[in-house]
Design a protein around this ligand. Structure first.
Ligand SMILES: Cc1cc2nc3c(=O)[nH]c(=O)nc-3n(C[C@H](O)[C@H](O)[C@H](O)COP(=O)(O)OP(=O)(O)OC[C@H]3O[C@@H](n4cnc5c(N)ncnc54)[C@H](O)[C@@H]3O)c2cc1C
Length: 389
C-alpha cells in the first residue's frame, strides 16, 4: 500500500508533522526508533520549551492544545534580558503588548506524549521501535526500508529524525556543523524571591543564563550555557555549592537559588542542512536546523516548518492540485530555509556579542539593550518576530 507521507522521527516536531499532515487529509505513517514518549506529573522532564503563541495556535488547530494547557503549561507574562557587565535592560510585558501572556513553558515529554496520542487517533500508522536504513527515490514516490525488514512506500518522506538524521544522510543532504564548544546545563531550581511569571536571561562572558518560570511562584527551569570544562565542573558540584555559584552567576536577582532536581547538560552547536528538500525527501525540525538555545526557539522553528507544510498541502488540495508537485515542495523548502537561516545567525550574533568580555562589545551592548527597550516600535518588532506573528 502506498501512503501519501511517511514521517521519520517521532519527537515533538515529527509527531506534530504526522498529525498535521493527517489533519490536512493525507494518509500518513510515522516511524520512530525509540520507545513511545511517556510523561509523568511526578517526574518533570528536564527539557522544557518556551513555547511561542503561533505554535500554540498550531496545536490548538490540531486539537491538542487545550489538553496540554489543562495538564501543565506555565504562562509567562514578562521577559527581562540584561547584561552582567551593566547597561540597560530589555523588558517585554504582556500588558503593553496587549496579550494575556507572552508564551508558555512546557515540558518536552508532555508535548510528545499528547501529540503521539492525537496522531494515533487521527489514523496515523506507527512503526515503532523501527529505524530507517534505506531510501529509494523514484519519480512518483519513495521507498523506505526499515531495519526490522519492512518497507514503506509513500509519495513523500519527511526527515524529522533529529540533529543526526539518518534520512537526511540517505537523501545525500549535507548539514555543516559548527560546535560552539559549550554545553547547556539544565535543572529545576527554587528561588528565594518570586519569579513574578517572568522569563529572565542574563548575559555573562561565558554565555547566557536563563530562568524560566514553571510554577506560579518560585520554581524555575534554568538553561546555563557554559564552556565544556566549566559545564563539567558545574555538573560535578554538590547541591549547596551549585546553588551558591548559580546565585552569583544570576547576580542574586531572585535572591538565593536552591537546586530542586538533578542536572544534565546537552552540547550546543549550529547545524544547518544545505537544503530542506531533495527529490521527495523533506527535512524539518532539528534534522534541518540546530540553533543556540538562547532564545528558546529550537522547537518553535521546527513547528513553523510543520505549519508551513500543512498550509502548502491544504492549498494544493483546495486548488485540486498535487500536494507533492516538485515546485510546491521547493517553494516550501526555500521559504522555510530562509527563515531558519536568518533566525540561526541572529541568535548566534547575539550570543557572540554578549558572551564576550572585549572592551568595545562590552561598552556597546548594555546600551544597545537599553536603546532597544526605549524604542517601542523596535521592541515590539523584536517581540513579534519571537512570537511568530
Ligand atoms: C536538554 C535539552 C534542552 C533543550 N532546551 C531547549 C529549550 O529550552 N528551548 C528550545 O526551543 N529547544 C531546546 N532544546 C532543543 C530541542 O530539544 C530541539 O530543538 C527539539 O527537541 C527538536 O525536535 P525534533 O523533533 O526536531 O528532534 P528530536 O527531539 O531530536 O527528535 C528526533 C526523533 O527522531 C528519532 N530518531 C532518530 N533517528 C531515527 C531513525 N533513524 N529512525 C527513526 N527515528 C529516529 C529519535 O528517537 C527522536 O524521537 C533542548 C534540547 C535538549 C537536549
Amino acid at each position: 500500500m502506498q501512503r501519501d507521507a511517511v514521517v521519520v522521527g517521532g519527537g515533538v516536531v515529527g509527531a506534530a508533522c504526522a498529525l498535521a499532515l493527517a489533519d490536512a487529509g493525507l494518509q500518513v505513517a510515522l516511524v520512530e526508533a525509540g520507545q513511545p514518549a511517556r510523561w509523568s506529573r511526578e517526574q518533570p522532564d528536564l527539557r522544557v520549551f518556551a513555547f511561542a503563541p503561533d505554535n500554540a495556535a498550531l496545536l490548538d488547530s490540531l486539537g491538542v492544545w487545550r489538553d496540554i494547557l489543562a495538564t501543565r503549561a506555565q504562562p509567562y507574562r514578562e521577559m527581562r534580558v540584561w547584561d552582567a557587565a551593566g547597561g540597560g535592560e530589555l523588558h517585554f510585558d504582556a500588558d503593553t503588548l496587549a496579550r494575556r501572556e507572552l508564551g508558555w513553558i512546557i515540558e518536552h515529554g508532555l508535548l510528545a506524549e499528547r501529540l503521539w496520542a492525537a496522531a494515533s487517533r487521527a489514523g496515523v500508522g506507527h512503526f515503532q521501535p523501527a529505524s530507517v536504513n534505506g531510501l529509494e527515490q523514484r519519480d512518483d514516490g519513495v521507498r523506505l526500508t526499515l531495519e526490522i525488514g519492512e518497507a514503506i512506500d509513500a509519495r513523500i518522506a519527511v526527515a524529522a529524525d533529529g540533529a543526526n538524521s539518518t534520512l537526511r544522510s540517505l537523501a545525500g543532504i549535507g548539514a555543516p556543523t559548527h560546535d560552539y564548544g559549550q554545553r547547556g546545563v539544565v535543572a529545576y531550581v527554587d528561588t528565594e524571591l518570586p519569579h513574578r511569571l517572568t522569563a529572565w536571561q542574563r548575559f555573562l562572558p561565558s554565555g547566557p543564563l536563563a530562568f524560566l518560570p514553571v510554577d506560579d511562584v518560585r520554581r524555575s527551569s534554568i538553561v546555563w550555557s557554559l564552556p565544556e570544562d566549566e559545564a563539567a565542573r558545574i555538573l560535578a558540584l554538590d547541591d549547596e555549592d551549585f546553588g551558591i555559584e548559580l546565585t552569583n552567576a544570576f547576580g542574586a536577582r531572585l535572591g538565593k537559588v536552591r537546586p530542586a532536581s538533578r542536572r544534565v547538560a546537552f552540547p550546543l552547536r549550529r547545524q544547518l542542512a544545505k537544503t530542506q528538500v531533495e527529490g521527495r525527501v523533506l527535512v524539518l525540525g532539528d534534522a534541518a536546523h540546530v540553533v543556540h538555545p538562547l532564545a528558546g526557539q529550537g522547537v518553535n522553528l521546527g513547528l513553523r516548518d510543520v505549519a508551513a507544510l500543512r498550509d502548502s498541502v491544504r492549498e494544493a488540495k483546495r486548488l485540486g492540485r498535487d500536494f507533492d508537485a516538485p515546485h510546491r515542495l521547493q517553494r516550501w523548502a526555500r521559504a522555510r530555509r530562509s527563515d531558519n537561516v536568518a533566525s540561526t545567525f541572529a541568535f548566534e550574533t547575539i550570543n557572540r556579542v554578549y558572551s564576550n568580555d572585549a572592551l568595545m562589545p562590552t561598552m556597546l551592548r548594555g546600551h544597545a539593550l537599553g536603546i532597544a527597550n526605549a524604542l517601542v516600535p523596535l521592541r515590539n518588532a523584536l517581540w513579534r518576530h519571537a512570537a511568530g506573528s
